[in-house]
Ligand binder design. Sequence first.
Ligand code: MD3
Ligand code: FE
Length: 202
Amino acid sequence: MPLDEGLLHFPAYFDRSEQEALLSDIRSVVSVAPLFVPVMPRTGKQMSVRMTNCGNLGWLTDKERGYRYQSTHPETGRAWPPIPAPLLDLWRDVSSYGQDPEACLINYYDDKASMGLHQDRDEINLGAPVVSVSLGNTCLFRIGGINRNDRTRSIKLESGDVFVLAGASRLRFHGVDRIYPATSTLLKNGGRINLTLRRVNP
Ligand code: MD3
Ligand code: FE
């Protein structure tokens, strides 16, 4: 469903059994690359999401060095595990981009977590699309324009939905306002997982 230029929403792209398979792949990633607490640069404030990555590069943030991509886990020092095959298949299906993603950020939201309005601009390659997968409880996602004060609109993202940001939409402000408890039975302890596939380098 095209919502705006470069903004695509595929409701229920993954069916329940595909979501379960994806979740099992993500649990394997997390067993090697545990979730960590991201910390904002300078202020040292903790984000409410927990995160990890798979792929050649992973996104992270800490107080001293700030937002960046690197090839190793900040606590274990090990390389990130590879991106699971079903996610590479997804990227090839929906991104119309000639190169595979280098990074897959895994964000875990408990039912109280949120993410403030922000732009994604840590990638050298801002021409590549971003592909996102939602698993677990429904969230209220907000998307604005390229200026922080532009009008925003809100969309519910449900388990199995895929969202693609490309072209003119790539630099739009966006965030997650809230998680709706008990809207999915996929995650036994509630919450929501978001997977974000990205190309970082040209
Ligand atoms: C719109 N994650 O990790 S994914 C992030 O649900 C992030 O965890 C949110 O924002 C989440 O940076 C949203 C959907 C998404 C990703 C990238 C975008 C929406 C976007 C880039 C530009 C505009
Ligand atoms: Fe973002």
